[in-house]
Design a protein around this ligand. Structure first.
Ligand code: BES
Ligand code: MN
Ligand code: ZN
Length: 490
């Protein structure tokens, strides 16, 4: 499991700064007085830092951008990294500044001189998030990352503020590891075992196996896994940090450990990316980990449907009709529209068993959402303006892109089947919306609900502000904040 790098917090200390090896990162804004500790460092450097801050290149830098000063006179360090960051700034910019430092952290030591900067904890969080690297399958010597220290004027206060953020970083790393892991390693069995191991953190974890799912009538979910050697599973994770007996909030995730498309097989080009088709389940797992690590005062249940969609002699065929746990029948027009079949049963089970006060599901559900929104925003679909707006607000506060999409009866009408209660696929037009309408049929009218289509945001081909290319962990931060704002205030 990848761990966020531990950061040691200590008081600003000029002597220690002079002796520090590796790299020292500092923050400044052109034309503005330096923070006291950074001014003292500049004196050690005989004004070289102030000259760099006055340079044209730094004036052109955007907040959060960094510039390196190599082998500074007066210091033992090999480099001073100058990061543009005003004292008054928002969370996202402070994190970006930290991330600029985390991106280039190697085997040498890094000392972050945040001094009296009010956003020191956010800078530390950004550093940790961007220093992530997925290396378990790289052979040869593993590079040990250098130690990381942050100096501030009140290190105890900074550490206190950074502690819940470290729990969020852990959750994000857990999600990223799961999403980056290939499907020969992250089988349904391995995935369930990694979730069961979170028992240690105080989560109640149950694994429902195929015979039990059959008894419950989850035929829509079971149909998807019929072609695979890996048995289908539903994993239920309960965090009971709130008032005893209070109904929980539910998070539901699509966990297709690999999506070949099944008999409606996908083209070869790019199919390898379908190792990320468990991204929704990965985010649910990451949020549950964060809640447990920071001992959240809320009742939250996470449910994930783990299956593998493979073609085989026993695989489900196009044209098959399955009866869902709810009782509605589904004509499986396309075996590649499998995520909604999995979610239909897990959503229904979540409501029947837990009567949640609200429910959010996440899924890498459609290619169509990528056509609509690219990789910048998750598509948000909802039956409840209040829950939806609260979630969008949490996304904005965390800098996670999200955009509400429409729903409506005319879209729902496209799901009509000739021989069953509905089809699972109805053509390309509005594909992300019709997928959402399909899910909505398995949501009770009085359950406030959001569906998040993360097909474009779970995995990216280029670095983002807080993540190297690959799995992003999109949604862990926003969902953790939503739960904090909704259940843990006052
Ligand atoms: N897992 C895919 C969606 C997907 C596509 C995720 C690209 C990430 C990147 C999903 O199961 C799927 O195959 N959806 C089909 C639905 C269609 C058959 C109605 C799609 O989007 O093409
Ligand atoms: Mn598919
Ligand atoms: Zn899929």
């Amino acid at each position: 499991m990848s761990q966020p790098l531990p950061i040691q917090f200590r008081a600003t200390d000029l002597e220690a700064l002079a002796m520090q090896t590796g790299r020292i990162a500092v923050f400044a804004e052109p034309g503005v007085a330096l923070l006291p500790g950074i001014r003292r460092l500049d004196r050690l450097m005989k004004g070289a830092l102030a000259r760099a801050i006055g340079a044209e290149a730094f004036a052109k830098a955007k907040p959060g951008d960094a510039m390196d000063l190599a082998f500074p006179a007066g210091l033992a360090a090999d480099a001073v990294q100058l990061v543009r960051l005003p004292k008054r700034t928002d969370t996202a910019t402070a994190r970006k500044a930290g991330a600029a430092i985390g991106r280039s952290h190697g085997t040498a030591a890094t000392l972050i001189l945040a001094d009296s900067h009010p956003r020191a904890a956010d800078i530390a969080f950004g550093f940790a998030m961007r220093a992530y690297d997925f290396t378990p399958h790289k052979s040869g010597e593993q590079k040990v990352p250098g130690p990381v220290t942050m100096m501030t004027t009140d290190p105890e206060a900074t550490a206190r503020e950074a502690s819940p953020m470290a729990a969020v970083a852990e959750g994000v790393f857990f999600t990223r590891d799961l999403v980056n892991e290939p499907a020969n390693i992250l089988t349904t069995h391995d995935f369930a075992a990694r979730l069961a191991a979170m028992h240690e953190l105080g989560l109640e974890v149950e694994i429902l196996e195929e015979p039990e799912l059959l008894k419950l009538g989850m035929n829509a979910l079971l149909g998807v896994g019929m072609g695979s050697e890996s048995p289908s599973k539903v994993v239920v994770m309960q965090w009971k940090g709130g008032k005893k007996g209070d109904a929980p909030f539910a998070l539901v995730g699509k966990g297709v450990v690999f999506d070949t498309g099944g008999i409606s097989i996908k083209p070869a080009a790019g199919m390898e990316d379908m190792t990320m088709d468990m991204g929704g389940a990965g985010v649910v797992a990451g949020v549950m980990r964060t809640l447990a690590m920071r001992k959240a005062k809320a009742n939250v249940v996470g449910l994930v449907g783990l299956v593998e969609n493979m073609p085989d002699g026993r695989a489900q065929r196009p044209g098959d009709v399955v009866r869902s746990m709810k009782g509605d029948t589904i004509e499986v027009i396309n075996t590649d529209a499998e995520g909604r079949l999995v979610l239909a049963d897990v959503l229904w089970y979540a409501q029947e068993r837990f009567k949640p006060t609200g429910m959010i599901n996440l899924a890498t559900l459609t290619g169509a959402i990528i056509v609509a929104l690219g990789h910048e925003n998750t598509g948000v679909f909802s039956n409840n303006d209040e829950l939806c707006n609260a979630f969008l607000k949490a996304c904005a506060a965390e800098g996670e892109g999200a955009w509400r999409m429409p729903m409506g009866e005319a879209y729902d009408a496209k799901l009509t089947s000739r021989i069953a209660d509905m089809v699972n696929s109805c053509g390309r037009d509005g594909g992300a919306v019709t997928a959402a309408q399909f899910l909505a049929r398995f949501v009770k009218p009085d359950t406030p609900w959001c569906h998040l289509d993360i097909a474009g945001t779970a995995l990216v081909k280029a670095d983002t502000a807080l993540a190297p290319k690959g799995a992003t962990g999109w949604g862990v931060m926003a969902l953790d904040r939503l739960i904090r704002d909704r259940f843990e205030k006052g």
